[in-house]
Design a protein around this ligand. Structure first.
Ligand code: V47
Length: 373
């Protein structure tokens, strides 16, 4: 029976048919890793051939002070904690100038929800970045942050997004999604934006013409039914808006968090999550193996288990390093190329919007959007 079911699902995947919620649970709970990987690799190659994408980017986390106390987070700080910090305009300028000198095409900006900072402070960060280096794409603020800005300004999400876009925002990252299902979300981050709010922000962003990413934090308290529910909710929104670019499964890092009794997910679990998301999210073009969280080795293998993107050079990563990530804080382009080539794929540098980056010495331009099949 198990073999019959698995064969039937595998045939559906090969013929491009959508996998149901129940079939997703079956795959998550019962399918062996290599069968999952074979199916996911089929979808991955159908959509992206032999290409493996990366980008040249830099992270900026302007403050770690946060009103919320999410149990999985090692990065946040109380307002008066010793480790609390807030970037000045000069520090922000310095970071984006450093990004430019590293050849970055993107700056990825997320942080805490500071008790005392008004929306203008966050808006000003985008403005300073954009005015200093207008050629660098600003991917900033998760749906949780956008929801917070709407709450503190008492303005609709659409107004918040328009202000940010006018200041220079280019797209939104996929953080803050965690696990949508309330059975788990209430245990992880009870007071933070719930699934309905997270989805409403991304819907509004897509309707305003912004592209965004989506994530799922796995390997903590959740079970298969919560993971598959999460993927199905994202798939539904993508059917409606087609605004998501990439899905990023995020492996939970327990060190220094309120859940430090839990073991970090194993390599098998990581590869299963990459493969499962590739199979379930038939309407997403890209699946990212975020090497910072997975480690270079698993991220490399993930390119054969459904992933087609490694994220980027990621200089200055701190959210996962505070939670015990042992990866370097950044990788050189040469090293990313080696990781990709040695896994049998062809490296392609993309910008945030998945256009090919064409380099000529220190300058760069972008080509046409790379088409996913
Ligand atoms: O929402 C926080 C996660 C997310 C931990 O869009 C943790 O391209 C594991 O979303 N262990 C923020 N995960 C980061 C994020 C992201 C990263 C890379 C690329 C993109 C993109 C988005 O990080 C949070 C949360 O789910 N997180 N703490 C931890 N201890």
């Amino acid at each position: 029976m198990t073999d019959d079911t698995l064969n039937r699902i595998e045939q559906k995947v090969y013929s491009g048919e959508r996998i149901t919620f129940d079939e997703g649970i079956f795959l998550d709970e019962r399918a062996d890793l290599l069968t999952l990987g074979r199916m996911a690799n089929h979808v991955r190659e159908r959509k992206n051939g032999n290409f493996a994408y990366y980008n040249t980017n830099v992270h900026l986390n302007p403050t770690n002070v946060c009103v919320y106390r999410c149990r999985f987070c090692a990065f946040r700080a109380d307002l008066r904690a010793e480790k609390a910090y807030v970037f000045t305009d000069d520090m922000i300028r310095e970071r984006v100038l450093e990004a430019r000198s590293n050849g970055a095409t993107e700056i990825h900006v997320v942080g805490g929800l500071h008790h005392q900072k008004k929306f203008d402070w966050y808006l000003n960060i985008v403005r300073v970045l954009h005015e200093t280096c207008p050629e660098i794409h600003i991917k900033a603020w998760t749906a949780v942050e956008i929801g917070w800005f709407s709450f503190i300004t008492k303005q609709p999400i659409e107004w918040v997004l328009k202000e940010l876009v006018d200041a220079g925002l280019g797209s939104m990252p996929g953080g803050g999604a965690e696990i949508f299902h309330p059975e788990i979300r209430d245990q992880l981050c009870e007071h933070k934006a719930d699934a309905t709010n997270w989805i409403a922000v991304h819907r509004a962003a897509h309707q305003a013409g912004l592209r965004s990413n989506a994530t799922m934090l796995y390997g903590h308290l959740e079970q298969a039914k919560h993971r598959i529910d999460h993927l199905c909710r994202l798939r539904d929104l993508q059917d409606e808006t087609a605004g998501f670019q990439t899905f990023i499964p995020l492996a939970f890092h327990p060190e220094n968090t309120g859940l430090d009794q839990i073991h970090k997910p194993t390599g098998s679990m990581d590869l299963r999550m990459i493969a499962l998301s590739r199979i379930m999210l038939d309407n997403f073009d890209h699946i990212k193996a975020y090497w910072i969280m997975l480690g270079e080795q698993i991220a490399q293998v993930a390119l054969g288990f459904g992933a087609d993107d490694l994220d980027g050079t990621v200089v200055h990563e701190i959210i996962y390093h505070d939670a015990g990530a042992k990866t370097p804080e950044g990788l050189s382009v040469e090293h990313l190329h080696r990781l990709i080539r040695e896994s049998g794929r062809e490296p392609v540098e993309r910008d945030t919007l998945y256009r090919k980056v064409l380099r000529d010495g220190a300058s760069w331009t972008v080509g046409e959007p790379l088409m996913a099949g």
